[in-house]
Ligand binder design. Sequence first.
Ligand code: PBG
Length: 331
Amino acid sequence: MEPTQTLTPPYFRPRRNRKSPAIRRLVQETLLTPSDFVYPQFILSGSGDPVPIASMPGIYRLPLEALLHAAEKTLQLGIPAMALFPVINPELKDPHGSEALNPNGILPQTISALKKRFPELCLITDIALDPYHSHGHDGLVGDAGEVLNDETLERLAQMALVQAEAGVDMVAPSDMMDGRVRVIRERLDSHGYTQVSILSYAAKYASSFYGPFRDALSSSPSKGDKKGYQMDPANSREALLEATLDIEEGADILMVKPALPYLDILCKIREITHLPLSAYHVSGEYAMVMAAAQKGWLDADQVFHESLLSIKRAGADMIFTYAAHQIAPLL
Ligand code: PBG
């Protein structure tokens, strides 16, 4: 049989808008820039060498000297912010997270040293007790092994105050206790820190993508899991509830975490608030790409670029990513 010649040529041709690099640039809807990034770093006390993290190639636990270099490079790359996560010596961990309240602890000292050298660099610190707890949970643990909410709030408020006194720009409660944004806001305000922002991890899921982060800080829970406070990956209405409560309690910026598997959540929260939104492209998301790249199976630069662009397209104004230093020079 002869092939039929009856096909009508398309009337609509969206490909005209893709026909040259110049036109593709003109119609591009989302533009990724180094200004979108927050660079998370793991900090180490003492003056030794940077210590590599096996599951996060290219990322190190950094003593102060090396951290100052990283901060300088961050600014040179046009990245406005760093998020700091302290590695706490095992002998300083206890069931009450006492070290989190030490005004001379590694985190307050690092904040003031960084602020002194690089006042223009925005510093964001985590408010959660897990790195300081011998049991690894984000909150205090009761006799029956339950994570105590209201008792934890007081510690979180004190922790935020210690960091504000050290000069942090934003505190980022990542613990998922109920009511923590309000308690932290009130504590900061009553001590005159009305200009310290709260970036709340509003929708933080109980995710398996945090594995490499917990390797980096040796902060895995020694018993149980975090499902009693972090969210069920099956839920999205609940994320809207969490976001709404954090807005009412006074958050300045909301976060969704992890990022890529939760773009739908980002998109939905984008629709219910005018607050800036952030997304955390977490350790496991970074590790997967780096592992595949080391095997020669993926191009890490291209996959990171596409991933971060997608996160921004879905509604994030800012992205916490370990790939920040790698990708910023390519933008
Ligand atoms: C601590 C905290 C975690 C992350 C950020 N803050 C781990 C956890 O909740 O267990 C994960 C970040 C990452 O995986 O990159 N509350």
